[in-house]
Design a protein. Structure first.
Length: 358
């Protein structure tokens, strides 16, 4: 077997996965196999520019379908698996947790078992170079008081929501499979991402699109919850670096160094929109007048803050965008890409694309 040139990515039709695929295809010569079952969160339009790229293919497959995942691994012989597929929205996990347990916990289990069987067929040096990179979140650490130190890689897990508990479970499975079955893994835990192609149920795109439509801008509680924000393209760069250069068995925290309260984020979007989209919907004097405080989310975490010193020191990664520059790019992108989000809002993005990727 020659040098392995393929990366299998799960969840590549989602927000972060599609950014990662765009990044890898633009900076490397790897082939990409994108395993994505296209849930409501998967959007083929986010990768429409690559549907005829011979280095890229999409396999519409559930990560719980272990048998077919194994067949794919045997067929494509990936050098890396980068596992992002997950149910990712905290509010949905509170309303109906079962799909989170199935995909995030059992799906990761099936990916690990498929990998274990695949590795039995790989010989050195290919086996030696193989990595299973698991993508996780800072939410596994629970929350922080306003004066607490930031999360490090050694912070004990203390998840609060069904979403974060399911991600914490999957992280434990990955570490256990690494130790017991010697699967070479790396794990990353990242803070809140924002940027282009973000599904409009999440705070930043929701606020941009509601404002453009003159609709209320809902803010949970008093809006004082603090999150650390990272521009998605910076995350994609960090993920590719960790997959290709990270040390086996290590965990790397990834954050933007941008702690902001939710109300600060919403006010900043309103300010940028005043400048970039001054023509407002009828009856709207200032975008910020649309802000509406709504009943808080149950169990809502107060603060997340992540210390990225390790990945900065060990792998030389640091974010290129500040919160301000990234947010401006994001708002600009939504203003210039109406078709993408209009298809999401109308539901048309769920129609199978003819002549698209397989
Ligand atoms: P997303 O919801 O935008 O995308 C998830 C993708 O996974 C979708 O394309 C969906 O179709 C696919 N998928 C879901 N269930 C599947 C299944 N059973 N089989 C195959 N495909 C399936 O998510 P995202 O925001 O891009 O997050 C990606 C990963 O990063 C997740 O693991 C998430 O926990 C983690 N993460 C996200 C953030 C964030 O701010 N968005 C922050 C830290 C970590």
């Amino acid at each position: 077997m020659g040098e392995l040139k393929t990366i299998l990515i799960t969840g590549g039709m989602g927000f972060i996965g599609s950014a990662l695929i765009r990044h890898i295809l633009s900076v490397s010569s790897y082939n990409i196999v994108n395993v994505d079952k296209l849930t409501y969160a998967g959007n083929q339009d986010s990768l429409s520019g690559y549907s005829s790229d011979s280095r890229y293919s999409h396999e519409k497959l559930d990560i719980c379908d272990q048998k077919n995942i194994e067949l794919l691994l045997f067929k494509h012989n990936p050098r890396f698996i980068i596992h992002l597929a997950a149910e990712s929205h905290v509010d949905r996990s509170i309303d109906s947790p079962s799909e989170f347990m199935r995909t995030n916990v059992m799906g990761t289990y099936h990916m690990l078992e498929a990998t274990r069987n695949y590795l039995k067929t790989l010989k050195d040096p290919s086996r030696d170079k193989f990595r299973f990179h698991h993508i996780s979140t800072d939410e596994v650490f629970g929350d922080l008081a306003r004066t607490d130190d930031m999360f490090t890689e050694d912070t004990p897990y203390d998840p609060s929501s069904p979403y974060s508990a399911s991600k914490a479970s999957s992280d434990h499975l990955v570490r256990a499979w690494s130790r017991t079955y010697k699967i070479p893994v790396v794990i990353t835990n990242c803070s809140n991402n924002f940027g282009p192609f973000h599904f409009p149920e999440k705070l930043i795109p929701l606020v941009i699109l509601n404002a453009l439509h003159g609709k209320a801008l809902p803010v949970y509680g008093d809006g004082s919850q603090i999150r650390d924000w990272l521009y998605v393209e910076d995350h994609a760069k960090a993920l590719f670096k960790v997959a290709t250069e990270g040390l086996i068995g290590e965990t790397y925290n990834i954050g933007g160094g941008n702690e902001k309260s939710n109300i600060e984020v919403v006010l900043k979007i309103c300010e940028i929109l005043e400048e970039l989209a001054p023509k407002k919907p009828t009856g709207v004097l200032f975008y910020r007048d649309l802000i509406e405080f709504v009943k808080d989310r149950p169990g809502h975490d107060i603060r997340y803050a992540i210390d990225s010193t390790k990945i900065q020191n060990d792998l030389g990664w640091s974010p290129e965008e500040t919160f301000e520059t990234g947010l401006r790019k994001t708002v600009q992108w939504y203003l210039e890409n109406r078709e993408w989000w209009e298809n999401v809002l109308s539901g048309d993005y769920r129609l199978e694309r003819i002549g698209g990727s397989k």
